[in-house]
Unconditional design. Sequence first.
Length: 119
Amino acid sequence: MATIVHFDISADNPDRAKEFYEKLFHWKFTFLPDPMNYYLIETTDLKNQKGIGGGMAKRENEEQKEMVNFIGAGSIDESIVLSQKLGAKIIQDKQAVPGYGYLAVCIDTENNLFGLFQR
């Protein structure tokens, strides 16, 4: 069964958002410099066990107002095709994330944003 494997946050001011989440949830941030300019986020659950990992980058456009949950896909290509057959819109085609895998971003039949991720 597929599950959430990663979340992404877009921020107008990543440093301000980093400080907010560090203080609120005690998340740990690691900055990946050029060309990514991206923060990796480490979380823990209430028992202090490793939680779902995330990331944060500067907001690229005004439409990026939500956290995006990425669902693990055995085959991102098959998941994209099936998503479309079931009525989803692909708003960011499959793209490589060097050293990590592949992602795509979709809108479901209820206008919710979600991502697909293949390691």
